[in-house]
Design a protein around this ligand. Structure first.
Ligand code: AMP
Ligand code: MN
Ligand code: MN
Ligand code: MN
Length: 287
């Protein structure tokens, strides 16, 4: 049986538009068989998502997307099939949530200088108690009429090197991988083509990730081109990493990224769901 996997998605527990239960419903309607909810540095949406999945024809994998620093850059490491009760992972994420709150205060101060009043309080109210991300500040800039869309908000203000960018001390690549492993999960390097790296830097990144104990990389992402998939498939083979597929769905306005609409994994790549840490979580009835 050919299953549809989507192993990277966001809810209102971080910067997604849908509440966890709604996200699971939307994924099930879109024909997704196995969905991972992977909010930024947070496990807060997983209980609601699992509960929703129980009533639908879909399997929910507990996931998280961890912000990690490497060589002065930020990398995103997805953890799949993590035990949400693991205190090592919980404590690690709590550290990152503190980094996020402090960063939000500093971003807000910069935006206030640009003319956006009350930026922190407004971002907090958009986030409704969830992790504050740059996506919330981008929405604020659009709502305030200072930018025409989210893309422009990043390009003008929030992206690295722009006036409201703050570089943060996330955790190291190795600790992100270790926390995921402590929780029994698989560490997946997210969207490797999105870091604007040269081929040489990408290769260094894969080596560092593999040497740190990393298990897999995303080969097929929402919006990946056939060329990017071929390149990533080769990288996965070369660095002996398993391959994952994930839309990185955030909100329906991003019309080119849809739940479950991800090109299939090239056959030369070993899928991440062949690993027992993930396979053991899947209901045998659907395999
Ligand atoms: P943060 O983890 O708070 O730095 O926020 C990163 C999030 O911002 C990513 O996960 C994306 O959802 C979003 N993002 C980053 N760059 C862009 C961009 N150029 N356009 C739209 N969203 C972006
Ligand atoms: Mn995001
Ligand atoms: Mn990401
Ligand atoms: Mn993501």
């Amino acid at each position: 049986m050919n299953l549809t996997f989507d192993l990277h998605s966001h809810s209102t527990a971080s910067d997604g538009a849908f509440a966890p239960a709604r996200l699971v419903q939307e994924a099930a309607s879109a024909g997704v068989d196995v969905l991972a909810l992977t909010d930024h540095d947070s496990l807060a949406g997983l209980q609601e998502a699992s509960e929703a999945a129980r009533h639908l024809d879909i399997q929910l994998i507990n996931g998280v997307e961890i912000s990690a620093g490497w060589q002065k850059r930020t990398l995103h490491i997805v953890g799949l099939a993590v035990d949400t009760d693991c205190s090592t992972l919980q404590n690690g994420l709590q550290q990152l949530q503190t980094v996020r709150r402090e960063r939000a205060q500093r971003i807000a101060r910069k935006l206030e200088k640009i003319g956006l009043d009350d930026a922190l309080a407004r971002a907090e109210s958009l986030a409704r108690g969830a992790q504050i991300t740059r996506t919330h500040f981008a929405r604020l800039l659009v709502d305030a009429g200072l930018c025409s869309d989210m893309k422009q908000a990043f390009k003008r203000y929030l992206a690295a090197g722009k006036p409201a960018y703050i570089s943060s001390e996330w955790t190291s690549l190795e600790s992100a991988i270790n926390w995921i492993h402590a929780a029994g999960g698989l560490a997946v390097l997210a969207h490797p083509m999105l870091y604007n790296m040269s081929a040489a830097w990408r290769s260094r990144m894969f080596s560092a990730f593999k040497n740190g104990g990393g298990d897999a990389m995303e080969v097929c992402c929402g919006g990946s081109t056939p060329e990017q998939i071929q390149l990533s498939a080769r990288d996965a083979q070369q660095h002996q990493l398993l391959g994952s597929v994930g839309s990185d769905f955030h909100h329906p306005e991003q019309r080119w990224i849809r739940l479950g609409k991800i090109p299939p994994l090239p056959s030369k790549v070993t899928p991440v769901w062949s690993d027992n840490r993930l396979a053991a979580r899947l209901n045998s009835a659907i395999l």
